[in-house]
Structure formats: C-alpha cells, structure tokens
Design a protein around this ligand. Structure first.
Ligand SMILES: [Zn+2]
Ligand SMILES: [Zn+2]
Length: 210
C-alpha cells in the first residue's frame, strides 16, 4: 500500500476529528492549520461536505509555504527540501575551517614548533655584477644618510667575501633562518641597483666613478 499523500492524511485527520474546520463568512470552509494557529481559507463551499483529499490541498500548500509559522520546523511532516541545499555549502565551508583546529588539537602531543627569536642577521647581498669586483661596481656612494641614499647599510664579513645588508629600519629581531621584515626588502633593492650598474657598465668604467 502506498503512503497516503499529505492531503489524504489531512482528510483522515478531519474525519477522525483531529482537524478543526469552520464555515467562513463567505460560506467557504476554513481549515485550521495542524501546525500553526492560522485558519486557511479554502475554495470549497461550506454547503458541500469536506470529503475528498483535494479539499485539503490549500492546507498542504500553506504548511509547505513560508506563510505557515512552522515553516522552519516542518521537517517533521516532510523532508525539508531547502535545508540540505543551504547546509551543504555551509558544511563544506565549516568543514574546511574546522579542520585546522582539529588538526591543531590532534597535534597537541607533537612538540609545538618554537618561534625562536634571534638578532636579525641582515640579508646577504647577492651582487650579480661580474664586470668588476663588488667594491668597484656597488654604488657605495649611495650608502649613508644623505637624501637619495639606499634604504640599507652593508657590512663585509669573512674578509670581504660575504656582504650583508642591514635595513636602516631593521627591527633587530628575526625568526630562525630568517631576517626581519625590513631586511627582507633588501634583495629587491639590490637587484635594482645591479640592473643600474649593468646598464651603466655598457657606457662608463666604474673604476672612475668616485
Ligand atoms: Zn500553518
Ligand atoms: Zn633586520
């Protein structure tokens, strides 16, 4: 036997006395919603008996619609159709974001990665200009505090074989194997200077620059 349709159920409820009905002023049947307190007007004349499932289709439409105050909770009468559509993107979104704290909590037994703060070691200067030595081609005349000067100072280490740049705004602190946020900007500036030096080299001899 097939499941009774909602309208058949409402007819059964009515016939068993569990669905209130009344005659409206316009001589039509009104059905009391089984979920919310509203009275639903039908087009069935009250001189005719409520006798077929189709007489309750207006009530079924009401309960399926937002006009029924029980709209969000009507999952008990029928599978809620909009909810899965609403829920799946939310669940997908929530699932992704919630996976991070889950991973973090499951990794609690593992050692927490320590953020080791050390003195900023500066940024090694990689000087790609090969037409002369670093001291010959690097624009040392722009090191200093004068207007137009570079944003960093340079230090030579290991007898001049290692050149390290320090930003004038160096915070002095950095994480392990890294330098501070200001010193990280140095390589980009060095690259620009190297480009300029290579351009200049095609025209002039750096040995006579100063
Ligand atoms: Zn209702
Ligand atoms: Zn620094």
């Amino acid at each position: 036997p097939a499941e009774p349709t909602p309208c058949e159920k409402y007819l059964q409820l009515y016939q068993s006395g569990h669905l209130q009905v009344r005659r409206s002023d316009s001589s039509h049947w009104e059905l009391k919603c089984t979920i919310c307190p509203k009275w639903i007007k039908t087009s069935v004349p009250s001189r005719r008996p409520l006798s077929i499932p189709n007489h309750f289709s207006v009530l079924e439409g009401h309960i399926r619609s937002r006009t029924c105050t029980a709209y969000p909770a009507r999952a008990s009468t029928a599978p809620p159709i909009p909810s899965p559509r609403k829920a799946s993107p939310f669940m997908a979104k929530y699932g992704r974001s919630s996976s991070l704290p889950l991973e973090a909590s499951s990794a609690q037994s593992a050692p927490v990665p320590m953020v080791i703060v050390q003195t900023c070691p500066g940024s090694p200067v990689d000087w790609p200009v090969q037409v002369g030595s670093f001291t010959e081609t690097f624009p040392f005349h722009r090191i200093g505090a004068q207007p137009g000067s570079l944003s960093f100072d340079v230090e030579m280490h290991n007898r001049g074989t290692k050149i390290v740049g320090f930003s004038k705004q160096c915070t002095g602190e950095a994480q392990l194997n890294s330098c501070c946020p200001q010193c990280t900007k140095i390589p980009a500036e060095v690259q620009k200077l190297a480009d300029l030096a290579l351009q200049a080299d095609s025209r002039i001899n750096h040995r006579y620059l100063s």
